[in-house]
Design a protein around this ligand. Sequence first.
Ligand code: SAM
Length: 163
Amino acid sequence: MQSRLRDGERTVEAPASDDAGLHFIGRIRTPWTRRADCPRQGRQDGPDCRIELFDPWGDALLGIEDYDQLEILYWLDRSRRDLVIQNPKNDGKRFVGTFALRSPQRPNPIGTASVRLMGVEGHCLIVRGLDCLDGTPLVDIKPDRCDFSPEAPWKAADQTPPE
Ligand code: SAM
């Protein structure tokens, strides 16, 4: 369900949302069923959450246990997608453009979080650091940039040759 507009917030006529081919690769299980209960940003000392991969993507977790930190991309599926100006404090005073915020209300409601990998159970990951509602669709999983060194061959555009 879309959230209600606050006084002074501005929307646009958003285009139909079927113009990108994205499919969800899994589902995120968290303790939160109401937006009001979710943290605004996940904390790595927060509760264990479970990322469940759908078939046939489970095998794509091969090697993931080598990483402590992962980047998770998810689809904030219960967001409005037409807001351009927002009133984050709901005070009718401070108005901010959508792209100057990490609000879930955005034209393509992609959420990202850096999480700590606590365990791998078959085709599921146990992680800490999420902030999304239970059942939020999963878009992608990547090793965190800081932990990751490319495994593909070096190329000139990488600038620093491997040691
Ligand atoms: N960490 C992500 C980011 O920075 O891209 C998301 C941050 S956003 C501020 C997190 C908030 O989005 C939560 O506190 C909750 O109010 C809301 N939210 C969580 N899951 C959602 C969902 N599936 N659909 C819409 N809103 C959601």
